[in-house]
Design a protein around this ligand. Structure first.
Ligand code: ADP
Length: 369
């Protein structure tokens, strides 16, 4: 079992910088949790407090119901893998993985049993007698994981473990890490906490994502919920590439979102919420994801009340997808459409899928719902 509870955790560094504010989170057995947010938002500090490498200034941290604030890292049953996975260059893969166990005085037979088991999980068996220099980046990364897994810790902490790898390998290792997590959580009931600044990594890997900003948790939810129901403009803008478009305007009493000379019809359900919350005729932000803006003529004809004529400012060809940048009432927006022949300065009609749109308060930036 590995259930973690962080109760109002705060961190103030000796220089007075408060890195984490009232962090509340319960992590379930076998869960894969991703902490994500821009650099400096407090992810690593939180992870290091969980590991016991950084003192918790205020709040309580429990592992399986036991308060562990004052426990040393090695008494906490956590294993951490860092960004730079320094392996011992003169040792074989086998010795790199088993070294920690040897230091703890474990018998060679038992070490062999454990290293063999971990190598099997990580598919490193054919490389056990190689030295790190003759391994690929991904294999080295797995050896570093092996050193942590072999300790059979309850909690597995990963701080940007893929950031040293090239883009292609990173994508491959994401899937591998998920598989490894599944195997080890089944075997040892381990929970994993993974820190990254990369929103795609968070979306693809986490059972739940914790989005942080300036030391505060913004939202804790499944990737799907974070994407479809962001609680505020920060989460909405941080998750997704290109980011969600925000257009400032207001919804009139007839249910049109108006900005400059343009207007888009808002679905009834959304108008009801705006009415109930007192947002009619008030300045608000419309949020719409680039993939919810379409240029298919059939869609534009079907939804004339949510279609607008635009002129393309920039075409960004990405392969099967193309991003079209355009300006509406001096506000820049982007649509992601299937790649086709479209040129700069071309005039187009675009349909905004208003069923997928979001509204945000202009002052608090919170989602209106
Ligand atoms: P992240 O992992 O999200 O990039 P960190 O947890 O490393 O963020 O940092 C959060 C904040 O705490 C930043 O403002 C950073 O400058 C500050 N910080 C981190 N480590 C220390 C330290 N040892 N002493 C003082 N301030 C620190």
């Amino acid at each position: 079992m590995a259930v973690l509870k962080l109760d109002k955790i705060n961190k103030i560094y000796p220089n007075g910088v408060q890195a984490v504010f009232d962090f509340n989170l319960e992590i379930k057995d076998r869960e894969f949790i991703v902490l994500v947010g821009p650099s400096g938002c407090g992810k690593s500090t939180t992870l290091r407090m969980i590991a016991g490498l950084e003192e918790i200034t205020a709040g309580d941290f429990y592992i399986d119901g036991v308060r562990v604030n004052e426990k040393a890292p090695k008494e906490r049953d956590v294993a951490m893998v860092f960004q730079s996975y320094a392996l011992y260059p003169h040792m074989t893969v086998y010795d790199n993985i088993g070294y920690g166990l040897k230091l703890r005085g474990m018998e060679p037979e038992e070490i062999e049993e454990k290293v063999t088991e971990v190598a099997d999980i990580l598919e490193l068996t054919p490389y056990l007698h190689r030295k790190p220099k003759s391994l690929s980046g991904g294999q080295r990364q797995r050896v570093a994981l092996g050193r942590a897994i072999v300790r059979e810790a309850k909690v597995f902490l990963l701080d940007e473990p893929l950031s040293n790898l090239d883009a292609k390998l990173r994508v491959q290792m994401r899937t591998e890490l998920i598989k490894i997590h599944e195997k080890i959580s089944e075997k040892f009931d381990t929970s994993t906490i993974y820190v990254t600044h990369d929103q795609i990594e968070a979306m693809t890997m986490g059972d739940r994502i914790v989005v942080m900003r300036d030391g505060y948790i913004q939202q804790v939810a499944s990737p799907k919920e974070i994407y479809n129901e962001p609680v505020n403009m920060f989460v909405a803008g941080f998750m997704g590439t290109p980011p969600m478009n925000f257009i400032k305007g207001s919804v009139d009493k007839d249910g049109w979102f108006c900005f400059g000379d343009h207007k888009l019809q808002v679905p009834l359900g959304k108008i009801k919420v705006l009415k109930e919350k007192g947002y009619i005729d008030q300045a608000i932000f419309l949020g719409i994801r680039p993939e919810d803006i379409h240029n298919d003529p059939v869609v534009c004809e079907t939804y004339p009340n949510s279609s607008l004529n635009i002129k393309v400012d920039l075409v960004e060809l990405l392969g099967s997808e193309t991003n079209l940048y355009f300006t509406l009432d001096e506000q820049t927006a982007v649509a992601s459409i299937p790649t086709q022949k479209i040129e700069r300065n071309q005039e187009l009609k675009l349909a905004f899928d208003m069923n997928q749109c979001h509204f945000f308060d202009t002052v608090t930036e919170l989602a209106i719902k």
